[in-house]
Write a protein that binds this ligand. Structure first.
Ligand code: AP5
Length: 215
């Protein structure tokens, strides 16, 4: 199965992708995580991406398409994957169509997670992430079961992302509305788009996605 999770920053794409991964065994491909790793390793792609990410703007299509094209060729993508944060422009969506055509695969589902802007800002402001496995937490909404210890990997170090400051979040939201929202009619026209209410608690959103995937 090939699934795209679409939605603005903080909508819960990463949180839901990880839950789907646990249930189905499909691998989560987060372009944000891949780019952050490239920045940390100071690769050529990371250096090209750094300034845009810090400003809350989109990284150039060339860089992101190259990273994704390379990633989906890996063995763990053979039975499908969950795209979290890709595509984000029509040019990226067209590139994905070509990649899937070449592999003889088809896109099964595009799920849009809808959340109000003020809620997004709140969610992002409260987010912290395990440095070892990237599991997301949130100050009031999702704390580790044992304080200071990651539920998933037992890690004890957490960070807050550089681009999670309020002014950068607003720039990321503007980029979403300008460049990514046009993907909704793009996928609607292909008959693969479903929209869900992402304002509900994490478990309820997960159940709704499960029903969509089953149906
Ligand atoms: P990326 O890392 O993809 O960030 P994003 O899309 O802005 O999304 P987030 O990771 O912030 O949010 P999310 O929807 O995954 O929410 P999460 O589950 O964490 O991209 C970062 C940057 O990389 C971009 O700005 C851009 O520069 C670049 N980039 C990446 N891909 C690119 C591309 N394709 N093209 C160009 N540039 C690209 O949840 C957020 C918080 O809320 C968490 O704390 C979570 O615990 C909590 N939460 C989740 N769901 C709920 C719920 N239902 N109720 C209450 N709390 C919840």
């Amino acid at each position: 199965m090939i699934l795209i999770l679409l939605g603005p920053p903080g909508a819960g794409k990463g949180t839901q992708a990880r839950l789907i991964m646990e249930k189905t065994g499909l691998v989560q491909l987060s372009t944000g995580d891949m780019l952050r790793e490239a920045v940390a390793a100071a690769t050529e792609q990371g250096q090209a991406a750094k300034a845009a990410m810090e400003a809350g703007a989109l990284v150039s299509d060339d860089v992101v398409i190259a990273i994704t094209a390379e990633r989906i060729e890996k063995e763990d993508c053979r039975d499908g994957f969950i795209l979290d944060g890709f595509p984000r422009t029509v040019a990226q969506a067209e590139a994905l169509d070509r990649m899937l055509d070449e592999k003889g695969c088809r896109l099964d589902h595009v799920i849009e997670i809808r959340v109000d802007d003020e809620e997004l800002v709140k969610r992002i402001a409260g987010r912290f992430v395990c440095t070892k496995c990237n599991e997301n937490y949130h100050d009031p909404f999702k704390r580790p079961a044992i304080e200071g210890t990651c539920d998933k990997c037992g890690g004890t170090k957490f960070i807050r992302r550089n681009d999670d400051r309020e002014e950068t979040v607003r720039a990321r939201l503007a980029a979403y509305n300008r460049e990514t929202a046009p993907l909704l009619p793009y996928y609607q026209a292909r008959g693969v788009l479903r929209s869900i209410d992402g304002m509900n608690p994490i478990g309820e959103v997960a159940k709704e996605i499960e029903l969509l995937l089953a149906g």
